[in-house]
Design a protein around this ligand. Structure first.
Ligand code: FES
Ligand code: FES
Length: 191
């Protein structure tokens, strides 16, 4: 077993994991972050996309031990004080989902995309999302949603990151000391 410490959606977790444990399994099964989905487990579909130190990654392609010390944001960490992230709003308002299975990964990848390119063309959106598969929408409304989010946001990539990724979360909103989720508590180091 290996000891890992990571901040997920503003909370620090310490746990022991098998070296072969995938980050997506750790997030879902140990930390209860079931908003991050598994569509393929083979890094093809993008449903498991999260931000690792501010950059989108497919969490089925990362070992939990590789995320030791990382700051991770999942789709569950985007909304703050009851307010959806602009990208979440844009997907909602532009009907950018049907069954919703691809949506958490699409949203995380789209935020990363706009962080790199705040005003992408339709072609650039499609290119930026080519690693995320949707079996329902035909992608048309997903592209519309991303471009609507781009319009809604100020120029500059930083405003498109979640507050926790920009360091904008007041310390009162997120525990700064090790605070282990009840689901992970059974494996807390020292117990
Ligand atoms: Fe990770 Fe499909 S579950 S890419
Ligand atoms: Fe169903 Fe994308 S909305 S897979």
């Amino acid at each position: 077993m290996a000891r890992v410490s990571m901040t997920v959606d503003g909370t620090n977790y310490v746990d022991e994991v098998e070296p072969r444990t995938l980050l997506v399994h750790h997030l879902r099964e140990r930390l209860g972050k079931v908003g991050t989905l598994i569509g393929c487990d083979t890094s093809n579909c993008g449903a498991c996309t999260v931000h690792l130190d501010g950059v989108s990654v497919k969490s089925c392609a990362v070992l939990a031990v590789q995320a030791d010390g990382a700051d991770i944001t999942t789709v569950e960490g985007l909304a703050h004080d009851g307010e959806l992230h602009p990208m979440q709003k844009a997907f909602h308002e532009n009907h950018g989902l049907q069954c919703g299975f691809c949506t958490p990964g699409m949203i995380m990848q789209s935020i990363d995309l706009l962080g790199e390119n705040p005003h992408p063309s339709e072609e650039q959106v499609r290119h930026g999302l080519e690693g995320n598969l949707c079996r329902c929408t035909g992608y048309q409304n997903i592209v519309k949603a991303v471009q609507a989010a781009a319009q809604a946001m100020k120029p500059g990539g930083d405003s498109l990151r979640s507050p926790s990724e920009t360091g904008a979360v007041p310390t009162g909103d997120a525990p700064t000391s090790t605070s282990v989720d009840p689901i992970a508590q059974t494996a807390k180091v020292g117990e």
